[in-house]
Design a protein around this ligand. Structure first.
Ligand SMILES: Nc1ncnc2c1ncn2[C@@H]1O[C@H](COP(=O)(O)OP(=O)(O)OP(=O)(O)O)[C@@H](O)[C@H]1O
Length: 300
């Protein structure tokens, strides 16, 4: 459904997207994960025909993003990261506006947005600018869907939205996927990666990995331990200086410690006991998606 072949785009000296290739199957919920500035927005804009690539080619629903841009625009739904709504228009007026631009009506495609729009209906006369973050995001999604696209591009739809709305949003994506829509979604939140069928990890314009969430977890090959003690600040300082440590990061109440091969739990415990750490807990753990990402981002 989406084929990207060696796409590159630079802004002057900044190589925003570098030789990126990926393909997304019809009906897939595909996540593009990466920190700010990774090049996600640039890649999205190329795929929705708003920006020309410097090199490479891409097709969406069988249409070339450069040559067939006119036909493609009515086949894709795009929810940009910012500024997609008209703040002075009401909820209903925004939706009506987007429907009209695509030569359709709210009524014609209401079926596709009903589940989401019912939550907005009580506020349909409110200015979009006066909605909460979560409500704005739902309205922007309705606006991106109102012309019944085949492929949906959502650029950081959950950035700046509260945790409950984020969860609801992913549930909505799940039900849109069930209706057969192909969805490409970008996010800087690694915990959202596990909700996708497949993910691509992007950093400074390059793709570091493309796989299923469990496939990405399996890319992590080093010994990994969860470690805790009563003084977390001192613990992280000491572990980072330890001869066995490769990396040590805070993950909730535990630290995740990656070690060189051949070091045991007992050696770590001994090292911490020598430094008078109290209430020490150490256990080997399986890598999660975030561990894999941190490792890939550090070592490429
Ligand atoms: N119009 C532009 N002119 C110059 N540089 C740009 C322009 N747009 C983006 N960049 C730069 O290109 C790189 C990739 O930006 P892009 O917006 O594609 O990344 P992103 O992953 O979407 O991050 P963000 O979450 O910040 O939007 C960044 O270094 C950014 O500063």
């Amino acid at each position: 459904m989406i084929e990207v072949e060696n796409i590159s785009k630079a802004y002057g000296e900044t190589r925003a997207v570098q030789d990126v290739s990926l393909s997304v199957e019809a009906g897939e919920l595909f996540g593009l994960i990466g920190p700010d500035g990774a090049g996600k927005t640039t890649l999205f804009k190329i795929l929705v025909t708003l920006l020309l690539p410097d090199a490479g080619r891409a097709t969406v629903a069988g249409r070339d993003v450069v040559k067939d841009f006119r036909a493609l625009r009515s086949m894709v739904g795009y929810m940009p990261g910012r500024f997609s709504l008209y703040p002075d228009l009401s909820v209903e007026e925004n939706l009506h506006f987007f429907a009209t631009v695509f030569g359709t009506t709210i009524a014609a495609n209401y079926n596709l947005i009903r589940e989401i729009y019912v939550q907005l209906e009580p506020f349909k006369n409110r200015r979009a600018g006066a909605l909460s973050g979560g409500m704005k995001q739902k309205l922007a999604l309705c606006c991106a869907l109102i012309h019944k696209p085949e492929v949906l591009f959502l650029d950081e739809p959950t950035t700046g939205v509260d945790a409950v709305s984020r969860k609801e949003f992913w549930e909505m994506l799940g039900s849109l996927k069930k209706r057969g829509l192909t969805i490409l979604v970008s996010t800087p939140y690694m915990d959202e990666a596990s909700l996708c069928d497949r993910i691509a990890l992007m950093q400074t314009g390059k793709l570091l990995a493309i796989d299923t969430p469990s496939g990405v977890e399996k890319l992590f090959k080093k010994p990994l331990f969860a470690v805790k003690a009563n003084d977390t600040y001192r613990l992280i300082q000491d572990l980072r200086q330890a001869p066995f440590t490769i990396t040590c990061y805070a993950f909730g109440e535990f630290l995740h410690l990656t070690t060189r091969d051949g070091f045991s739990e007992q050696q770590i415990a001994h090292y911490l006991a020598e430094r008078q750490h109290q209430a020490v807990e150490i256990r080997p753990i399986e890598a999660g998606i975030e561990d894999s990402f941190m490792d890939l981002m550090q070592h490429g």
